[in-house]
Design a protein around this ligand. Structure first.
Ligand SMILES: [Zn+2]
Length: 177
């Protein structure tokens, strides 16, 4: 069973995973899915669901786990509400990055001479992260405060999510082999 298939099955309505559903072809069973997820931490699984399956129901739990794992500097006066929002924004940006508005995610644009060139806005990366102003607005703190105190934390959250994701995908692949 390929890991992509397992991921797809995770989004299936619970009804299709019930043992009483007629088994046709290589339809996944509850046991298949349970096997694929064996050993994957709950928060990591929720992240996969969030990113790949547009299942946002685990958002709160993902955020709570991140609050626990990342130690927030107590010297920086900031409310729990802002921390929550900061993680929420970082999670969205990590899992659902915006396509570059200039090349519409193609990574290339046609210049004035009609030549196809690498998109200068995203440097061919296809994605464009939000500006610090947009981020601070989304979090609800002044831009300067964000830049000075929270930009690093914002990036640290993305790093943490990246670690979670690669751990989970590695495990999923192992389980599916
Ligand atoms: Zn671009």
């Amino acid at each position: 069973m390929g890991s992509a298939k397992i991921l797809a099955a995770l989004v299936a309505r619970p009804a299709s995973l019930t043992p009483s559903a007629p088994v046709t072809g290589d339809k996944l069973t509850t046991a298949d899915v349970a096997g694929a997820l064996a050993g994957i931490k709950k928060a990591h699984e929720l992240l996969l669901r969030y990113k790949y399956l547009d299942d946002y129901s685990g958002e709160h739990e993902i955020i709570s786990q991140l609050v626990e794992q990342l130690s927030f500097p107590s010297t920086k006066k900031i409310s729990d509400k802002v921390i929550y929002k900061l993680i929420q924004v970082s999670l969205v940006d990590y899992a659902k990055p915006c396509l570059c508005p200039m090349c519409k995610g193609r990574g290339e644009v046609v210049n004035r001479q009609g030549k196809i060139i690498q998109c200068p806005k995203c440097n061919g990366m296809r994605l464009k992260s939000r500006s610090k102003s947009a981020l601070s607005r989304a979090i609800g703190i002044p831009r300067e405060t964000f830049r000075r105190n929270w930009w690093e934390v914002y990036e640290k959250i993305a790093d943490q999510l990246s670690i979670w994701e690669s751990e989970a995908l590695k495990k999923l692949k192992q389980n599916c082999n």
